[in-house]
Structures are given as C-alpha cells and as structure tokens.
Design a protein around this ligand. Structure first.
Ligand code: ZN
Length: 362
C-alpha cells in the first residue's frame, strides 16, 4: 500500500503500517496532554494502542494462515487506524473456504481473550463492571482482554465486506450462488454502513470512517463480482483490437503527445524495429509532460512490462489479471504472432454494452 512503513515479514507476508496510524498515536498523546493527564497514564494509553495493534496483526495473520490452507497467498498486511487489512491475491469463491478464512480472524481474538483471562484474576462479572476508565499497570491485561472480546464481536457484525458480512455471504452462497449472495450481502452491508456513518456522527468519528469503508467496499465488491460473472463465457477473441496503435521507442515525448491528440487511442504499444518492447498509457504521457521536457524519448517513460495472452484466453481471467497488475493494456498473440491488443478502454466499453443488454444476447 502507498504511504506505508514496512515493519517486516512474517512467513512471506509483508507487514506494513500506514502513516495515518501515527496520527492516531499523536492524537492520543495530544488530547491527553491537553487534559493534563499524568505522563504515566499517557504511556499506558500508548502501550495499549500498540498492544491492540499487535492483536490486530494476529487477527489478520489468522485470515492469512487460513487462506494459505486453501492455497490463497496473502501479499501484505497493512495497519490502518480503523483496523487491519490483509491483501490476498484472490478473494475465495468457494463458500466453505470463505467461511473458514473470514471466521479465522475473530477466532484469533477469542483465543487471545481465553489466554488473557487467567492472567486478569477476575472471577466475577461484577469485578468487570467496577473497572475504572483509567488505564494503568493493574488493569492493563483486563482492558486488553475486553478490547479483544469487542474486536471479535464487532468484526462479526454482518456488514459486508467486514468478516461477519463475509461469513453471511458464504452462508448465502451455499443456497443462492456466489453472484446473488454477493448482491444481497452487499446491500445489507451498505445499509449497515449508512447506519454506522450516522451513528458515528453522534457517538464516535471512527464509526463514521468504518461506515464509509463498508459502504464503498460493499459497492465495489458487488460490481467486481457482477462484472466477473458477466465476462464469463467470453474470450479475448471477442474484444481484441486488431489495429495496434504503435509508437517507436526512439520517438520523442512530443511525438507521443501528437499521436495521443490525433487519435482515439489512449494506450500504445512501444516498438523497437517493429517488435513490442513496452507499453505507453495516456496517464504516463501526461505525467512525463509535467515532470520532464518533451524531447525525452518514449523509451525512457514507457512501461516495460509486457503481458501476452492467446486469443482463446477467458476474458474474466484477463480482466482480473489487468486489475491485479494494474495494467492498462495486454498483448494478444497466437504462436508468437501478434494478433492485437486489449486495453482497459475497450474492455470497459464491452462491459458497458453487455451489462445493458445482459440476459438478451449472448
Ligand atoms: Zn478480519
């Protein structure tokens, strides 16, 4: 993730901390200083945040290790002020897998509760109620235990894409299939998201942030699932553009701008003596214009990554790969012969046309 500080690696998974997380700690210290809290207590508050975030990493590792069991790789875990985020290479689609992976996170928090409980020395629930709000050495473990308990409960709220929402979708998927289940779970998620946003206005700004995250996340995952299912059954052959907009690697940026303005194309294949050696996108051209002078060569600003797919490759796979690699254009070739390209522009157009005529022509 952008603007993240790398903390290290645990079994191949990058552990990162987003810079906004540091604001959270600064905010706690700042508000404590303003209310003249003694330094001892500030220290315990900061220690608690750090301890909670270790628990959040363990929660995310729970998801990651469960995913690993189903051969789904987790590339990174990022800590944000509103919680952790495990970036997986794919979203599990088999309901049983999603169920296990989603539940593994909250399960870790419950295990932590069980491990901390004997250390608190609490024997009755009335002792819990007497707990005062000041965090100190005496009640630190108890507070940490309670936080973990609420983390488990909170994450299990069925607000897709939170863990509970994923459990909910998985349960629906057994009966309704992945696409329909996602639609329902996403709608419920968005309603709960709006509820969080309003509730947060009055009680806790963090809830508002989480609500926005839920609302947007549910929407985009629902679109993602529907698009994928819509693309199923089509191949690259159905969208390939046979006319390949080329630009020589020794052309100047000025010439690239000229080509951009003079055609409908937003993506170009960069060639060296007619052979593809990279790609160039409109955004890259504009960015280069801002940062360099226009005599710079295309060769110096091009994207060197070239991905080839055969004409028979399934379209949903291509779409997923382009999203994953953040590529604007892929090359289509059969037996080493370049047949054309597929770029995000014509793919988006294809999706637009077919989602408006969905169900009729296929
Ligand atoms: Zn989780």
């Amino acid at each position: 993730m952008k603007y993240s500080l790398r903390l290290g690696r645990i079994s191949g998974i990058k552990i990162e901390i987003h810079w906004t997380f540091l604001i959270l700690i600064a905010w706690v210290i700042f508000t404590s200083l303003r209310t003249n809290t003694e330094s001892q207590q500030i220290m315990w508050s900061v220690l608690l945040i750090l301890a909670v975030f270790v628990c959040v990493i363990l929660h995310e590792l729970g998801h990651a290790l469960a995913a690993k069991k189903f051969n789904i790789k987790t590339t990174s875990i990022t800590l944000l002020p509103i919680g952790g985020l495990a970036q997986m290479e794919q979203i599990p689609e088999k309901p049983k897998e999603e169920l296990v992976i989603a539940f593994a996170g909250p399960a870790v928090n419950l295990v932590i509760v069980a491990l901390l409980y004997p250390m608190t020395g609490i024997s009755s629930s009335s002792e819990l109620q007497e707990l005062n709000s000041k965090i100190e050495s005496g009640n630190f473990i108890t507070v940490l235990m309670i936080v973990n308990f609420w983390l488990a409960i909170f994450n299990l709220i069925p607000a897709f894409p939170m863990d509970g929402g994923r459990v909910f979708r998985a349960l629906l998927s057994f009966k309704l299939g992945h696409v329909r289940a996602t639609q329902i779970a996403a709608s419920v998620g968005q309603v709960l998201g709006i509820f969080f946003i309003f509730f947060g206005f009055f009680y806790n700004p963090f809830l508002t942030f989480i609500g926005i995250f839920i609302y947007l996340g549910a929407g985009s995952e629902s679109v993602y699932t529907q698009t994928r299912s819509m693309l199923q059954g089509f191949t690259v052959k159905d969208v390939v553009m046979h006319e390949v907009p080329c630009i020589d690697k020794n052309a100047s940026l000025k010439e690239a701008v000229y080509q951009l303005l003079n055609s409908q194309n937003k993506n170009f294949v960069v060639t060296d003596a007619g052979k593809p050696v990279g790609t160039l996108n409109r955004d890259q051209i504009i960015k280069a214009l801002h940062e360099q002078n226009d005599k710079i060569l295309v060769d110096q600003i091009k994207d060197n990554a070239l991905t080839y797919f055969p004409t028979e490759a399934p379209l949903d796979k291509i779409w997923r790969e382009m999203q994953k690699r953040k590529q604007h254009v892929i090359l289509v070739a059969d037996n080493g012969k370049l047949e054309g390209i597929v770029d995000d522009e014509n793919l988006a157009e294809f999706i637009l046309i077919h989602s408006s005529t969905q169900g009729s022509a296929r």
